[in-house]
Design a protein around this ligand. Structure first.
Ligand code: ADP
Ligand code: MG
Length: 173
């Protein structure tokens, strides 16, 4: 099976880290919807949100999701990709969807450790540690209902990859 593999989950859950490793192991291409959006539009997510608002950003994100979708590829998605039902349906219809599940406290720790890498403004302007728990309350049911498989992504990245590979091999059997 060479259907696209979509990685979903909150910011900091490891989509980029795990996606890179997984794509190398499978010999697949790696795509990141955030990266695609920013390179194709030649501006940062923060700029799009500041200038055009979140709804416009979400529309461009949906376009990027469709644009990067191809067989034999791993697609890391933005944390809010599941907020549009058509994105969820698209991913489920076109590939296998894995939720990299991580508790809010661990997510906040990871993001605090690398504040310079933040490219996206927080949704509420509050510190990420406070915000994460509230966001997850709303989004976890959406991640769960969109995912074909839920993966414990608090494990080290290589173990996360191994567990995804195991799921995929069971499907091929
Ligand atoms: P995402 O793309 O989902 O926002 P990243 O892959 O950029 O997440 O990871 C966010 C941060 O967490 C990075 O500093 C990364 O090194 C770290 N990280 C990612 N996966 C893990 C993991 N399984 N265990 C510990 N730290 C991780
Ligand atoms: Mg990422």
């Amino acid at each position: 099976m060479s259907l696209p593999i979509y990685l979903i989950g909150a910011r900091g859950c490891g989509k980029t880290t795990v996606g890179h490793l997984l794509s190398k192991t499978l010999g697949y291409a790696f795509h990141d919807t955030d990266h695609h959006l920013q390179t194709s539009l030649q501006c940062t997510i923060a700029q799009i949100v500041a200038e055009e608002g979140w709804e416009s950003f979400r529309t461009k994100e949906s376009d990027s999701l469709v644009a990067v979708t191809a067989d034999s590829s791993v697609v890391a998605t933005g944390g809010g990709i599941i907020l549009r039902p058509e994105n969820c349906q698209f991913m489920r219809d076109n590939g296998r969807v894995f939720w990299l599940s991580v508790e809010p406290d661990e997510l906040a720790k990871r993001l605090d450790a690398e504040p310079e890498n933040e490219q996206r403004p927080t949704l509420t302007g509050r510190p990420i540690t406070e915000e994460m728990s509230d966001i997850l309350k709303v989004r976890s049911p959406l991640y769960s209902s969109t995912a074909h498989h839920i993966i414990d992504a608090t494990l080290p990245p290589q173990e996360v990859v191994d567990n995804i590979l195991q799921v995929l091999s069971q499907q091929r059997a």
